[in-house]
Design a protein around this ligand. Structure first.
Ligand SMILES: [Zn+2]
Length: 231
C-alpha cells in the first residue's frame, strides 16, 4: 500500500492495481483485483486502516476478472454499494461476456470461458449505475471511455488532481500503452475515448496496470496521445 495523498491509496496486487479513497464520501474502493489476489487486497486495505465492513462503495472501472475478482468475497463482508457504468452492468453481473479479438482471442477463449465460469461475479444487484459526466460523492467525475469494454469508465478528481484511467491506458516498464488489443473488442473506440483525457487537468495518473505517473501526468499523457498515428 502506498498513499498518494492523505486520502488516496494505491493498493498493489501484483500485476493489477486497486485504489482506496478515504476522503469525503468514502471509504470507497476502486476495482477489486483478481479472485486470487483477494487476500492481498484485504492486507493492503488494512494497511490503510480500512476493513471491508467500513466500505461505503465499490466503484468498478470495468468488468474484466482482474478488476472484479474480489467483489463476491467483499460483498459477503461488506454493506458497500457497487457502482459501475450502465453499459457495463450486465458484464459485471456475469450475464454477458466480452468478445476477444484475433487468433490470440480465439486460442484464449476456452481459458476465459473456464475462468468466467469459475470466478466471474454474479452479483444480483448493482446499486448505482452511472453515466458519463456524473460526479460521485467522493468527488470523482465519471469519464465514459468505451472500447476496452462497452461501459469502461475512468475517474477524474479535479480537486485532488487525480485521474484513474482503469485499462483505458496502461503504464508498464516506464511506458504508457494502449489497452492490449486481444482484450479490446473496439480499439478504434478505445483510442477515441482517450481524447477525453486531453480536456482534463490532473497531476497524477493511476492505472489498472503499472505504477502511478506523477507529476505532470496530463502532459505525459497528452504527448503520448499526440504521438499516436491517427486512425
Ligand atoms: Zn485489467
Amino acid at each position: 500500500m502506498q498513499s498518494l495523498n492523505s486520502e488516496f491509496h494505491w493498493l498493489q496486487l501484483g500485476d493489477v492495481n486497486a485504489y482506496l479513497w478515504t476522503g469525503a464520501g468514502g471509504p470507497s474502493l476502486i476495482d477489486s483485483g483478481y479472485p486470487w489476489t483477494t487476500e492481498k487486497l484485504l492486507q493492503e486495505m488494512r494497511a490503510a486502516g480500512v476493513h471491508p465492513a467500513d466500505l461505503k462503495r465499490i466503484i468498478i472501472t470495468h468488468a474484466d476478472l482482474d478488476h472484479t475478482g474480489g467483489l463476491t468475497y467483499l460483498l459477503e463482508q461488506s454493506p458497500a454499494r457497487v457502482c459501475c457504468h450502465t453499459a457495463e452492468a450486465a458484464y459485471v453481473q456475469g450475464q454477458k461476456h466480452k468478445r476477444r479479438r484475433g487468433l490470440g482471442g480465439i486460442l484464449n477463449t476456452p481459458i476465459f470461458w473456464f475462468l468466467n465460469w469459475k470466478y466471474q461475479s454474479r452479483i444480483k444487484h448493482i446499486a448505482e449505475l452511472v453515466l458519463d459526466g456524473q460526479t460521485l460523492p467522493e468527488g470523482f467525475t465519471v469519464i465514459h471511455t468505451p472500447g476496452h469494454s462497452p461501459g469502461h469508465i475512468a475517474l477524474h478528481h479535479k480537486q485532488a488532481g487525480l485521474l484513474i484511467t482503469g485499462d483505458a491506458l496502461g503504464h508498464r516498464h516506464g511506458k504508457l500503452s494502449l489497452p492490449p488489443a486481444v482484450f479490446t473488442p473496439n480499439m478504434g473506440q478505445a483510442k477515441e475515448s482517450l481524447q477525453k483525457f486531453l480536456r482534463l487537468r490532473y497531476d497524477t495518473a493511476c492505472f489498472g496496470h503499472g505504477p502511478p505517473l506523477t507529476p505532470n501526468a496530463a502532459d505525459h499523457i497528452a504527448a503520448f496521445l499526440q504521438a499516436q498515428p491517427s486512425a
